[in-house]
Design a protein around this ligand. Structure first.
Ligand SMILES: Nc1nc2c(c(=O)[nH]1)N[C@H]1C(S)=C(S)[C@@H](COP(=O)(O)O)O[C@H]1N2
Ligand SMILES: [Mo]
Length: 503
């Protein structure tokens, strides 16, 4: 068989193996598809620096880029399996099996992994070698030793065409089956005492300013999940356990029978760069985590180093200081976001929301377990990778308009949002070139845990380049620091600066 054909046979064998495995996974458990499993294993091993770089350069597309790399790597290995099979079929089969073994190991290694998840990998382990053998049979040397001729060429073309169709078809069908249904049309219970409607935001007057409330569809998403967990509200349960007197497990119905409250909270990701977009403000509906913990009866609420170790269905874990889930900030186990059930990407059916702490410290999505324990006892996903365990969100002002390097002429609106969760925004100030800091006008006040919109009317920028800087004054008149810090290990700081061109 020619090298070209051999490589193609290897790739097709792997493709149909992965496609069928993807389909089987869609039926059994979408998260166990070998491609996704290998992708997740790669994510978990990616050094923090590389991950930051990927998040920064690819943003929410980082997962697509990652999956594409995994697929590219698989294609290369698969082609090699075909080339080796030219020498001896068993060599090729061995490489195919190596691919499958990688997937199987990665499956077992997942925090929630068990041998029951091995179905898709096993199917791939059978299909790959079989199809490779088959394609070599029909397209290879004839048994009498003569090199392949027209007959074998036609047979190979037919065979590989059929395999290609099976690969694409099964992968597409699997993708369709595992495609998550939209929970947004499920009914959502109401808070016992709903909050008054949010005031009108500055965006009504200045459209360029980020809206007061971030719509669900535009809310930033950061997580390690390659396949969005597809949970069912009726079979979901939450267990509260650990150092408590009365550990318990409740289902969704029992949860919504508890006291439901609404809170306006601005969430921030620790990976948000100064001036970046990993911030969102929403109205959350849920049960106070304090009510859940009280129901379980925390044995020693003042224990030093106490944490709540929460686990998501995908095995992801977060450590939250116990105090933050018990004090009067009213952290929530949220089920609703802006009047709708949580979208799947944001943790359906339930997630933690802790005001004032970065998402990696109090925002567990798809949460099913909360264990009261100590930091010495258990290390969360990002803790294992060197990130901080106690990270209050750093106050920051962001300029949303004008854009960096925009041309500004005549009366110009400079505006954006500023946040200082737990402490409250007191002022936002703008510095134009070397002029003194000037106070800006603030948008409506929605409480200390919500961001505030702001703007400044710049009467006449004049020609030439201008540097704009914004900072927030918060709490009891503290000023946002101009010390620059990178996002690792406890969040970025520094003052955003952008240049615009007077025209
Ligand atoms: N299960 C799970 N929950 C998670 C994460 C995750 O990777 N897995 N990421 C956390 C991080 S780092 C952040 S910033 C927030 C982001 O929440 P969002 O995607 O709803 O904006 O979710 C947190 N909760
Ligand atoms: Mo984050």
């Amino acid at each position: 068989m020619s090298r070209r054909r051999a490589a193609l046979a290897g790739v097709l064998a792997a493709a149909v193996a992965m496609g069928l495995a993807h389909l089987l996974a869609a039926i059994l458990n979408p998260a166990t598809s070998p491609v996704l499993i290998i992708g997740s294993a790669v994510i978990d091993r990616t050094p923090t620096a590389l991950k930051d770089w990927a998040i920064e350069h690819f943003g929410t597309n980082d997962k697509t880029v990652l999956l594409a790399s995994v697929v590219a790597g698989t294609v290369v290995l698969a082609a090699i399996s075909g080339l080796l099979a030219r020498r001896r079929l068993v060599y090729g089969i061995a490489v195919q099996l190596l691919l499958v073994a990688t997937a199987a190991l990665a499956t077992l290694e997942r925090p929630t992994g068990s041998w029951r998840d091995l179905g898709p990998a096993l199917l791939a382990g059978l299909t790959g070698p079989l199809v490779l053998t088959g394609l070599f049979r029909v397209g290879g040397t004839r048994p009498d030793g003569y090199p392949s001729g027209t007959n074998t060429r036609r047979a190979f073309l037919t065979g590989s065409g059929a395999v290609a169709i099976a690969a694409v078809g099964s992968a597409a069908l699997g993708q369709k089956l595992s495609a998550t249904t939209d929970p947004s049309n499920l009914t959502l219970p109401k808070a016992r005492t709903p909050l008054p409607a949010l005031p009108a935001g500055l965006e009504k007057t200045y459209r360029e300013i980020t809206p007061l409330r971030t719509p669900n569809g535009g809310f930033y998403r950061v997580d390690t999940a390659l396949a969005v967990p597809n949970l069912d509200r009726d079979s979901w349960t939450l267990t509260v356990e650990g150092d408590v007197d009365r550990p318990f497990t409740i289902d969704y119905r029992e949860l919504i029978a508890m006291d439901l409250i609404e809170r306006d909270i601005t969430m921030t990701c620790v990976s948000n760069e100064v001036g970046g977009g990993y911030v969102g403000a929403a109205r959350w509906l849920g049960v106070r985590t304090k009510d859940l913990l009280d129901r379980a009866g925390v044995m020693d609420p003042d224990k030093p180093q106490a944490q709540v170790f929460s686990t998501a269905t995908d095995g992801f874990t977060i450590s939250t200081p116990l105090g933050a889930l018990m004090d009067d900030r009213e952290a929530l186990l949220a089920i609703g976001m802006n009047g709708a059930p949580l979208p799947r990407t944001h943790g359906f059916p339930a997630r933690l929301i802790t005001p004032g702490l970065y998402g990696m410290l109090g925002g567990t999505k798809w949460v099913t377990k909360m264990r009261v324990t100590t930091y010495a006892d258990a290390k969360a996903y990002w803790t294992q990778r060197g990130w901080t365990t106690n990270g209050p969100i750093k106050p920051s002002a962001r300029i949303d308009t004008p854009a960096s390097l925009a041309t500004v002429k005549g009366r110009t609106v400079v505006g954006g949002v500023a946040w200082a969760q737990r402490r409250g925004v007191v002022k936002v100030q703008l510095k134009i070139d070397e002029k003194p800091w000037q106070d800006c006008t603030l948008g409506p006040d929605v409480g200390v845990d919500f961001w505030r919109q702001w703007y400044f009317i710049w009467d006449d920028p004049g020609s030439g380049q201008h540097a704009l800087q914004a900072r927030v004054i918060y709490g009891d008149n503290q000023t946002q620091t101009d010390d620059r810090a990178p996002v690792f290990p406890n969040g970025s700081s520094g003052i955003q600066q952008l240049v615009v061109i007077g025209g």
